[in-house]
Design a binder for this molecule. Sequence first.
Ligand code: F6R
Length: 610
Amino acid sequence: MCGIIGYIGYKNSLPILLDGLRRLEYRGYDSAGIALIENDKIEILKKAGKVSDLQDKLKNYSSQSTIGIGHTRWATHGAPNDINAHPHNNSDNSIALIHNGIIENYQTIKKKLLKDGCKFQSETDTEVLVHFISSFYKNGNDLFTATRLALSEVEGAYAILVISAKEKNKIIAARKGSPLVLGIGENEMFVASDASALISYTNKVVYLDDEEIVQLTSNNFVTKTITDEEIEKQIEKIDLEIGQIEKNNFDHFMLKEIYEQPESVKNSIRGRVLLEEGDAKLGGLQDFHDQLKKTKRIIITSCGTSWHASLVGEYIIEQMAGIPVEVEYASEFRYRSPVINSDDLIWSVSQSGETADTLASIREAKNKGAKTFGIVNVVGSSIARETSAGVYIHAGPEIGVASTKAFTSQVAVFGLIGLLLGRQRGMQIDQGRIIANEIISLPEKIKKALNCVDQVKKIVDEFKNTSNFLFLGRGTNFPTALEGALKLKEISYIHAEGYPAAEMKHGPIALIDDKMPVVFIVPKDNLYDKVMSNIQEVRARGGRIIAIANDDDDEIDNFAEFVIKVPRTLNYFGPILNIIPLQLLAYYMAIARGCNVDQPRNLAKSVTVE
Ligand code: F6R
């Protein structure tokens, strides 16, 4: 979703802002722009399209400015065109503003401003906000106070940066619901939507919390709440290396991240598996063991790929620990008055830790008195900070819009949680040891599962012009089917559906004809024969069978047109291995169809609006 970068210091700000915008491209956007203070004037330069289009526009622009703000916009109010692109300015061009989020009461504010004679250029809620701030500025307030007073009347979500040509030595930043992080340099300050945009300059950061506003000068920052209380913020060091957010020798971030999975899963489980005790040790839960013992029900909230991993988590926790688990789409949970009891635990799963719906589900649960835990990748993100405890998945930065390594790490972490809860509730040590050993073996098995590119490419050659795909699986591989379908949809734009294999005959079977590719996930488990029967049903109707099977299964070769084999594992962890060929299938399909893999149309990496 929208990306924000700001710089104030002693260097030429233009290249720093453009570099920041490029680093934020992965969040998803459709226009880009910057505002600089050149001498005593604000210059706004913006363009629909990619950051490279903005750079082309700026080819002959020479700047001396040492203060500026930059934005990548993911359209909400108004089409993605030059006019609606950010920054927006007030009528006399003394103030410029960029914004991530949605101002929900912008119509009411706009009506008031129109009455006062204000003229608008764009259709955005953001332009309303800059004029609104300007109305307080004209009343003699300084930029900080004017912004604070305007925000105190605003409903909705925002992360904003504001600059004024009349106060050339400061940037005002504020957040509610959308992330912002300050980067503290030597006589220079940065502010961005996420740390990837500032990590090449500093590793000292300050995370802003909701309803906080900060005044940044080149060597200081002062923070208050929107209600005018002074607050002290902690400077933290982040452990992020520039190499982690570069493509290195890969063509795309998605491919790099697919191949990183042996390592990312290893990082997720490192130091957390107790082989001898047949148990797991999770530092973030250490102080909450009593609470976990008392838990009567776990409700997991999440979205998208994280929701698919949560479905696997449901299976793992119920089977290993016997605790009832419900998995909810965070977006549905928040609005349906969920019944939450005092012994329930709400556990939210999110790669970015910033997904607006998931955050809102946590707040809803907290309002009802529930304990909230997180399973999060991005350290210091809002969900990590707003939950009372949790587990980081430590998968490293995920830049490709299509989530890959976060999924496998989330499932691995659910394995650790299941093991911990299971051992608390009577799981025998022998069983614990079997599970612990299997978890340790996963990185090597993922390496083997990655050896399927040749077969994947054959499937791509055969089906690259098809319009539909079905993905079918059972047990933990029903979520794998959903995830395989989602990957294909989002980056290759082929319509795909995931179903429980046995549900097929209740409707989707009507779609089967000799053009329909059907991907079966058919590991050698207790449901193998049942899934084989489903394969027969599709074959009988002419469907084209692609099977993801185990490497010790010879029978499947007689029933499927294409077979990809991965190592065998316990049912709990099947999705970690079976998803690998499906991620590669989506990737190579997208390449064959000429799609933009890392920036698929309309998608945003971090969905910070409802
Ligand atoms: C799919 C994808 C999305 C995210 C979803 C939740 O490839 O990336 O479906 O999984 O937007 O995001 P997080 O996990 O950051 O809360």
